[in-house]
Ligand binder design. Structure first.
Ligand SMILES: *[C@@H]1O[C@H](CO)[C@@H](O)[C@H](O)[C@H]1NC(C)=O
Ligand SMILES: *[C@@H]1O[C@H](CO)[C@@H](O)[C@H](O)[C@H]1NC(C)=O
Ligand SMILES: *[C@@H]1O[C@H](CO)[C@@H](O)[C@H](O)[C@H]1NC(C)=O
Ligand SMILES: *[C@@H]1O[C@H](CO)[C@@H](O)[C@H](O)[C@H]1NC(C)=O
Ligand SMILES: *[C@@H]1O[C@H](CO)[C@@H](O)[C@H](O)[C@H]1NC(C)=O
Length: 487
């Protein structure tokens, strides 16, 4: 979600507003035989020695491949901005590697997501305990405790895995706790915190262009037309009908206009980010590809570009079982202002939005007339959301301070680490904030042509692209090499 960036499991749906797309999703798993959840007694505040409060953090174990030898590795899947999934304990590339290396496997859910709830609610006061530094300290504390619980030795080296935001965490964990974590595989992780992430939609444009240039120009024409219609009330009426809005659009409401334009752009972004990512499930929304939406956008029989743009919206409403598009700013803010824990696995919007407002930014903006998706959702729209959801104090200054702080403490793209492998896909817009090439043999990078967000993490398939197969071989190569290094 985050925009649905959640990584673990963000469902991108038309009308699902104000999502900050990020996120690894679940692998498709047939078995009902999943490991049971377990609970770890975790410190609330790692940075205040006098605060002894604790809470229960969820984790999973798969010890099937581990033979207890003092040289077998320990694999750790880092949870992120969504609920942890037991399915990752029995499937995915890391489980295939675990089989090869005889690894003991753990997955720790990220604080404040899923069932890992350190506080009684998500009030702003309590969200002070939600940040990447606390999450990394959770992981460190967890490793130390599991070393004792499983009687692990120095030779039982920990390897961290993570995709999307946890991809960043995997790299940062190795950086901050090198004595606990021997190596990391960091997939699709943004390492540069940034308020105005306008390159996100630049990559979306390039990725649509891999299908056809006409697709890009048609999206562009649709947005030019949309922007024009947004200037007067009769245009608003037309758009209300065309895009099946749940309530009549008032074009004088800038926040509604931005929210609508962003939702329509997200129809495309969500499909690009997860294009053919191997997560194919029974959910029809996950089967839609770049080619499918581009076939609509270039089909002149469907009318003008804006009609085709509406047709893409209809398609997404249909596969997500929605009868109309909810786009109002007020409703979105109301949802994200709810401080009560929700039991729905897909609802992590408030938590991730908080992290973006105080640590990362990552706002997927479209600001200029010349941008593919027009000038309708600039940075100030996102900063307004931080204020409206969390309070007046959560404005531009706090955001900038937070971003500077994040880049200072981790080192942005100049992060100094060894034994970290960075993996990205060229179709995935998030690669624009990650390390996609490296001259450093101790911190190599793999940039996979033609794959989407976290594609390398899903279970391998015979018909995977050859370059994706090659990337997984590279991961195994480095795992072997690094597990043989002692220091
Ligand atoms: C570990 O994963 C393997 C491969 O999917 C599975 O067969 C096994 O049942 C899992 N073990 C546990 C304890 O979940
Ligand atoms: C939509 O409804 C159909 C039929 O009831 C169901 O099979 C499908 O899972 C639903 N899809 C979503 C995204 O809720
Ligand atoms: C739109 O939002 C309203 C208010 O939150 C809700 O009652 C309605 O079910 C939503 N409609 C759809 C199609 O999601
Ligand atoms: C979530 O589930 C728990 C336990 O089943 C229940 O007590 C609680 O009321 C639920 N919360 C919401 C918001 O539905
Ligand atoms: C953040 O860092 C930039 C670049 O170093 C600097 O120009 C800016 O003033 C800093 N902002 C804040 C709020 O500290």
């Amino acid at each position: 979600m985050l925009r649905a960036v959640g990584i673990l499991l963000i469902i991108v749906a038309a009308g699902d507003c104000l999502k900050r797309r990020l996120g690894l999703r679940e692998p498709l798993v047939e078995t009902l035989n999943l490991p049971k959840e377990q609970w770890f007694n975790q410190k609330l505040d790692h940075y205040k020695p006098t605060d002894l409060r604790t809470w229960q953090q969820r984790y999973y174990v798969n010890d099937t491949f581990f033979n207890g030898s003092p040289n077998s590795p320990v694999f750790l899947m880092i949870g992120g901005e969504g609920e942890a999934s037991a399915k990752w304990m029995v499937a995915g590339a890391w489980i295939e590697y675990a089989q090869t290396f005889g690894a003991l496997c753990f997955q720790l859910e990220h604080r404040f997501y899923g069932k890992s709830r350190p506080t009684e609610d998500m009030s702003v006061e309590n969200l002070q305990f939600l940040n990447s530094e606390q999450a990394l300290a959770d992981l460190a504390n967890f490793i130390v405790s599991m070393n004792a619980a499983y009687n692990l030795q120095n030779g039982n080296k920990w390897i961290a895995f993570g995709g999307s935001y946890p991809g960043s965490l995997a790299a940062w964990l190795r950086y901050k706790y090198p004595h606990l974590v021997h190596a990391s595989i960091s997939s699709s992780g943004p390492l540069l915190a940034l308020a105005d992430f306008r390159d996100y939609f630049e990559v979306v444009k390039a990725s649509l262009g891999t299908s056809s240039i006409d697709c890009v120009s048609s999206v562009k024409m649709a947005n030019k037309h949309l922007t024009k219609l947004l200037t007067d009330q009769s245009g608003g009426e037309l758009l209300t009908k065309k895009f099946r809005l749940c309530s009549p659009l008032d074009v004088s409401n800038d926040n509604d206009v931005s929210n609508l334009a962003e939702s329509l752009a997200d129809n495309f972004a969500g499909i690009v980010q997860y294009n053919k990512d191997n997560r194919i499930t029974s959910d029809p929304a996950s089967k839609i590809t770049i080619d499918d939406v581009c076939n609509i956008m270039t089909n002149t029989k469907l009318g003008d570009p804006i009609d085709r743009y509406a047709e893409v919206n209809n398609l997404l409403l249909r596969v997500t079982n929605q009868t109309c598009l909810n786009y109002t700013y007020e409703e979105s803010i109301k949802d994200l202002s709810n401080t009560v824990w929700s039991n729905s696995s897909t609802e992590a919007g408030r938590q991730w939005t908080y992290q973006t407002c105080v640590e990362f930014g990552f706002y997927q903006t479209s600001t200029e007339e010349s941008d593919l998706f027009g000038p309708n959702f600039p940075l100030k729209f996102f900063i307004q959301q931080c204020r409206d959801i969390f309070g007046e104090g959560f404005g531009k200054e706090l955001l900038e301070e937070g971003i500077n702080r994040t880049n200072t403490i981790y080192g942005d793209l100049h992060l100094k680490v060894k034994r970290v492998l960075f993996v990205h896909g060229s179709i995935d817009p998030w690669h624009a904030l990650g390390i996609i090439s490296s001259q450093n043999p101790d911190a190599p990078a793999v940039f996979i042509k033609g794959t989407a967000h976290c594609a390398n993490m899903y279970p391998s398939k015979n018909d995977d692209l050859p370059q994706l197969k090659e990337a997984r071989k590279t991961e195994i190569h480095y795992l072997k090499l690094w597990l043989n290094q002692d220091d």
